[in-house]
Write a protein that binds this ligand. Sequence first.
Ligand code: MLC
Ligand code: AMP
Length: 508
Amino acid sequence: MSNHLFDAFRARMPAPGRLLMETDDGRSLTYGDMLARSAQLAHALLQLGVEPGDRVAVQVEKSPEAVLLYLACLRAGAVFLPLNTAYTLTELGYFFGDAEPRLVVCDPQRAADIEPLAQASGATTVTLGRNGEGSLIDQASRQSADFHDVARGPDDLAAILYTSGTTGRSKGAMLSHENLTSNARVLVDHWRFTSADVLIHALPIFHTHGLFVATNVILMAGASMLFETRFDPARIVSLLPRATALMGVPTFYVRLLQQDGLNGQAAKNIRLFISGSAPLLAETHKAWRERTGHSILERYGMTETNMSTSNPYDGERRAGTVGFPLPGVALRIADPDGGGPLAQGEVGMIEVKGANVFSGYWRMPEKTRAEFRDDGFFITGDLGLIDADGYVHIAGRGKDLIISGGYNIYPKEVESEIDALAGVSESAVIGVTHPDFGEGVTAIVVRAPGSVVTAADIVGAVAGRIAKYKHPKQVIFVDELPRNTMGKVQKNVLRETYRDLYVSQKAG
Ligand code: MLC
Ligand code: AMP
């Protein structure tokens, strides 16, 4: 048997001397280096006791070695479990307890704090730093550069990515080798990636967008990337002439538009700008075309489904839409309650089925069952419609979710933290239109009688517990929350009341 995903990469791999990535600190990695160094890391994983199917939890800064570790996990038959570098120890404790990794890989600077948590769930801890230093790399450097890849079939797990849940508990989305292989192949073909492409990669690599959409597509095409450890808009503009493609969240495009150097001349070698993870405003699409002459291609996906739709490569890229279902993806709009069919053009629940769709939530069979229809369609939680020309429009969310700069925040998680504070009676956390992040996390709080708790107290208290991007950008105190006759908080009323909260703030 073969190793399903890694063999698919091998099949299209260019000559060993071809460049895979160049980093912002001047390092470069060829395809040959990638094969040798991921083999060494795979040996190290086996030495550390990692067996096929074991989870390897990874919270490290973006670096070429972090990508090599992902590939080493694939080759060793392990399940790669990347974690946002912003997660606090409290959050990590939950993930380790739930996933029971065999190995935890973390930044050397955090090792002393993380090791006891990892140990408590039976994991060994090793380190990997932003410059490629650390105990894991030391161990790998002593290994052979040849590795016999562990056999993995299409249904074996390649990765688990945690996504926050409406109840506040994160769920581990289980992604198989075939989920990732099929989607990467479809995207390479649909977006016409070849080994001649050079992608500007400025996304984090612990989520679907930066890891699977960007990195897997490049590997599957045998192409190259300019691998940026952070998104610096001025630098991205300076890199444009050397690249052929850019993938980003809408905040990237909003911030790039504020750069004077962005124009058609700077972008003349680019063949494709792609946006996703959050809605791209039609006005951003228009402004981009006016400035650069390029029409941004917007696509739609999620952790559980990989990419489901895309605007066309050749046809009209219609602003405000996410295009058509990708080849091999069945997409329908269903009645959000019963799941029954709706008339063409009506807004309903977006449901998808295909080789791209995950196999379920890690150790949560009931949650998995609840999110699939009997005929195998996955209920995305996104509301949408299909227009007369077949373009899919996202019309809102059936789930109580905020997307800020491409990161998802489930209000329930933030509300639980705020409600637990002394001096707080209750809270409602909402997303309010924000010029830079798309939506800004905003907390509406009712103080307990006699309490003088302040906004700073609230932000200070949640700081040690939840990642920075989940913190309220503003806290507003009210006497009571608006409720409907059933007693449910009317978040739509709150969103309307505070809709202009951030409008005067300039992005960037
Ligand atoms: C950073 N901050 C954020 C934030 N990112 N707050 C809210 N939302 C965010 N997205 C915090 C910082 O900690 C900082 O706090 C302050 O806000 C301002 O920081 P910044 O310097 O402006 O942020 P920056 O570091 O430049 O990051 C912004 C960003 C980043 C847009 C580059 O958020 C980013 O890379 N987003 C991409 C997320 C992504 O990859 N999503 C894909 C998920 S997969 P302070 O107080 O310290 O200043 C998916 C499926 C699919 O959704 O379809 O793709
Ligand atoms: P995540 O759970 O982080 O994978 O985020 C997935 C969610 O991001 C989807 O369910 C959508 O709500 C949202 N999303 C992704 N791409 C788009 C897009 N192009 N337009 C609107 N929303 C999007």
